[in-house]
Write a protein that binds this ligand. Structure first.
Ligand SMILES: Cc1cc2nc3c(=O)[nH]c(=O)nc-3n(C[C@H](O)[C@H](O)[C@H](O)COP(=O)(O)OP(=O)(O)OC[C@H]3O[C@@H](n4cnc5c(N)ncnc54)[C@H](O)[C@@H]3O)c2cc1C
Length: 308
């Protein structure tokens, strides 16, 4: 059998990767996690998590990250700070390609998560200058200012409510006439006097000199165009998978999310996926960690079979 560097490589250190790492390290697999930014993933930019079981008071994203990392490290999970560039999945030994070396492994768990969608209205120029995808990170800069938030799902509504702690007013622009968010979040947002809903509308552009000064909005039903004077614009309109490194070998859905079966196995034996990167009806911390436990368990069995 060709030699390998590790039994298992976990790509990504969000809740899915850290949970897979915890399970794999406890199973005494020869495992490594590769994370390109910092462990925590999207949780790091989340203010308050109210729906992760076991924390009735809620928990902040950074606090939950600290706990996940501590628990995985307690069982000896090595975490390396590198970006996976590509994968070679052609042989029984898989290759994980980094900038300066290639790691050979029996199995891989892809837990690279997802990133926020962009509006494609030239917002690149305003990133860090009034345009943001993270209320926790940037909300405090907008104390007593007016901001626009875009979206209608859980994240958009939860984060808009959070923004009202700082902002004077939050215009919540949504392309439909009702929200998709959980009912409890809808109730809170609809009764929040600082939030003004701009229904049936899309953002068509931003302008400003040093940063965002105006957000241009169009009503998709009437065609009416409106300019909202605002110092900030927060965008929460869904996500795209972090999957550029995956290549063409694995089956993916039309948006690029990795297709798995109930054991989190992908179309290539020995390659598993967990969390937001996979084709799943719900992208949350609870679902990511559940996926990851199954993926690690499946990977363990795959590796045992390889070796026997
Ligand atoms: C603002 C916001 C608020 C949210 N609020 C909640 C909430 O209240 N409750 C809830 O349950 N969920 C919430 N979510 C969703 C939740 O954060 C995600 O579902 C969860 O983080 C998914 O975990 P993951 O591990 O699959 O992916 P991610 O958290 O996206 O982590 C993926 C990791 O992989 C790394 N990575 C990517 N590509 C590579 C590569 N090539 N090489 C190495 N590393 C790589 C990334 O740097 C990242 O750290 C929120 C999300 C956001 C953005």
């Amino acid at each position: 059998m060709e030699t390998v560097d590790y039994d298992l490589v976990i790509i990504g250190g969000g809740p899915a990767g850290l949970t897979a790492g915890l399970y794999a390290a406890r199973a005494r697999l020869n495992v490594i996690m590769i994370e390109k930014v910092a462990p925590g993933g999207q949780v790091l930019i989340t203010d308050l998590i109210e729906n992760y079981p076991g924390f009735p008071e809620g928990i902040s994203g950074p606090d939950l990250t600290d706990r996940l990392v501590a628990q995985a490290k307690q069982f000896g999970l090595p975490i390396e700070s590198e970006e996976v560039q590509s994968l070679d999945l052609t042989g029984p030994v898989k290759k994980v390609i980094l900038a300066d070396r290639i790691i050979k492994t029996h199995a891989i768990i892809i837990a690279s998560g997802a990133s926020p969608n962009t509006l494609n209205v030239g917002e690149e120029r305003f990133k860090g200058k009034g345009l943001s995808y993270c209320a926790t990170c940037d909300g405090p800069f907008f104390r007593d200012k007016d901001v626009v938030a875009v979206g209608g799902g859980d994240t958009a509504v939860q984060e808009s409510i959070f923004l009202t702690k700082f902002a004077r007013k939050v215009y919540l622009v949504h392309r439909r006439d009702q929200l998709r968010a959980a009912k409890i979040l809808q109730e809170r947002a609809l009764s929040n006097e600082k939030i003004e809903f701009v229904w049936d509308s899309v953002v068509t552009g931003l302008d400003g000199f040093f940063g965002v000064d105006n957000v241009h909005v169009k009503n998709v039903k009437t065609g009416e165009v409106r300019t909202i004077k605002a110092d900030g614009c927060f965008i929460w309109i869904g996500i795209v998978p972090n999957g550029d490194f995956i290549g063409e070998t694995l089956k993916r859905d039309e948006w690029g999310f990795v297709i798995t079966d109930a054991k989190m196995a992908t179309s290539v034996p020995g390659v598993f996926a967990a969390g937001d990167v996979r084709d799943t009806p719900l992208r949350q911390i609870a679902t990511a960690v559940g996926d990851a436990a199954i993926a690690a368990y499946s990977a363990e069995h795959y590796i045992e079979n390889m070796k026997s």
